[in-house]
Design a binder for this molecule. Structure first.
Ligand code: BES
Ligand code: MN
Ligand code: ZN
Length: 489
């Protein structure tokens, strides 16, 4: 498992700056204000920082002084960050440090900057590399970042919840990056069970139990695979006793071949990320537990593998969901909704949640519509959707609301069953959402988030190198903080 880099916090000790052997990072403002550390570097380098500023250093700029004479450091990172920087600007400064860092230790001189904790979050989030399967890996345990600050204890305390969020996002990224021969339904469940360590209550429902519950839709997806289907329930009850929880439901298709409606070969390897929804749910639960959120949140994931075989579901089969609705499976590649509908029904029957959010790499159509910039947000409750969009915006995670409606639901009418699992090419992401909507009970505020375009990308994103992004952990964590957390002291 990739762990966020360790931060140690210490008082400002100006003399250490000339002897530190890694990279030294200092902050300056665009109008040339330097704190003690920056001033010391400027003096040691005979005015190099002052010259940068004269050259026109702008807010957001990050410059490197390589092998500065008069210092032991291999480089100095000069970051231009205004005193009143926004959260985004402060995080971007941290991202810049993570990008230039390589394997070097950093002495981050953050002085008394008011957004030092955000710099730390940006650095922690961007400093990720999935090298679990590279044989020659550097000794990552030796990595460290020393934060030098005027009030180190205060910054440490303020940074703690942010480092919990980074660890949650890393957990999601690891799961999403992991290949399907390693992350089977079994090993996925094991990794979730191991979160009992950090105080989550974790329960695994095995196939016999799922059959007993009547989850015929979910089971129909996994029946062609040798890996057993599972539902894992993770409980974090940090809020008021007895208060209805928020339910987070994730699609966990560990590999999606399409089943008998087999996908084309080109790009099929990307379907290792088809458990992205479950990954975000797991990472969010991890972050909430690590920061001991004062909220009741239940994470539920449906773990299955969609494979063709002699026992696989055929196109045309009719299956019965836990709710009782019969479903005509027109296309076995529209499997995510079959998994989610049963887990969503179970979540509502078992926990009577105050609200429910499901996350899934559900449709290729959402990538056509929104690309890799925004996840698609669908909801039966505009107020709830707005709160989520606001949280996502505040965390810099793209999200865009899409419509739903009866006319779209009508595209799912089946000749022989209650509903069919595909609604044709038109509005493919919306008909998928309407399929799920059928399984949402009256009075449950619900959001469906289609993350097919954002869970994993071929290029770097703001806070992550290419590959799994961890999209959603920050937004959901903030939504919980804004809407579900007990606030009175
Ligand atoms: N897992 C895919 C959706 C997907 C596509 C995720 C690309 C990430 C990247 C999903 O199970 C799927 O196959 N959806 C089909 C639905 C269709 C058969 C109605 C699709 O989008 O083509
Ligand atoms: Mn599919
Ligand atoms: Zn899928």
């Amino acid at each position: 498992m990739v762990k966020p880099v360790t931060f140690t916090f210490q008082d400002v000790n100006i003399d250490e700056i000339s002897t530190f052997a890694g990279r030294v990072a200092v902050l300056v403002t665009s109008d040339g204000r330097m704190d003690n550390a920056a001033r010391r570097v400027n003096r040691l380098t005979k005015g190099a920082i002052a010259r940068m500023i004269e050259d026109g250093l702008k807010a957001g700029d990050a410059r490197v002084l390589a092998y500065p004479v008069g210092m032991a450091a291999e480089a100095v990172d000069v970051i231009c960050l205004e005193k009143r920087a926004t959260q985004d600007e402060a995080r971007a400064a941290g991202v810049a440090l993570a990008k230039t860092r390589g394997a070097a230790n950093i002495l981050a001189c953050l002085g008394n900057h008011s957004k030092a904790d955000q710099v730390i979050l940006g650095l922690a989030l961007r400093d990720y590399g999935f090298d679990a399967h590279k044989t020659a890996t550097p000794d990552e345990d030796a990595r460290a970042i020393t934060v030098m600050a005027t009030k180190p204890d205060l910054i440490r305390e303020k940074s703690e919840p942010y480092l919990a969020m980074a660890e949650g996002a890393f957990f999601t990224r690891d799961l999403v990056n992991e290949p399907a021969n390693v992350l089977t339904t079994e090993s996925f469940a094991d990794r979730l069970v191991a979160m009992a360590d950090i105080g989550l209550e974790v329960e695994v429902l095995e196939e016999d139990k799922l059959a007993e519950l009547g989850m015929g839709a979910l089971l129909s997806v996994g029946q062609g695979s040798d890996s057993p289907s599972k539902v894992v329930v993770m409980k974090w009850l940090g809020g008021n006793a007895g208060e209805a929880p928020l339910a987070l439901v994730g699609k966990g298709v560990v590999f999606d071949t399409g089943g008998i409606s087999l996908k084309p070969a080109a790009g099929m390897e990307d379907m290792t990320m088809d458990m992205g929804g479950a990954g975000v749910v797991a990472g969010t639960m991890r972050a909430l537990a690590l920061r001991k959120a004062k909220a009741n949140v239940i994470g539920l994931v449906g773990l299955v593998e969609n494979m063709p075989s002699g026992n696989a579901t055929r196109p045309g089969d009719v299956v019965t969901s836990m709710k009782g609705d019969t479903i005509e499976v027109i296309n076995t590649d529209a499997e995510g909704r079959l998994v989610l509908c049963d887990v969503m029904h179970y979540a509502q029957e078992t926990f009577q949640p105050a609200a429910m959010i499901d996350l899934a790499t559900l449709t290729g159509a959402i990538i056509i519509g929104l690309g890799h910039e925004n996840a698609g947000v669908f909801s039966n409750d505009d107020g709830f959707a707005k709160s989520f969009l606001k949280a996502a915006e505040a965390e810099g995670e793209g999200a865009w609301q899409m419509p739903i409606g009866k006319a779209y639901a009508d595209q799912l009418k089946s000749r022989i069953a209650d509903v069919k699992n595909v609604g044709g090419r038109a509005a493919g992401s919306i008909t998928a959402a309407e399929f799920l909507h059928r399984f949402v009970q009256d009075g449950t505020p619900w959001i469906h988030i289609d993350i097919a375009g954002v869970a994993s990308t071929k290029t770097d994103t703001k806070y992550a190198p290419k590959g799994a992004s961890g999209w959603g952990v920050l937004a959901l964590n903030r939504l919980v903080a804004d809407q579900f957390e007990v606030t009175e002291e």
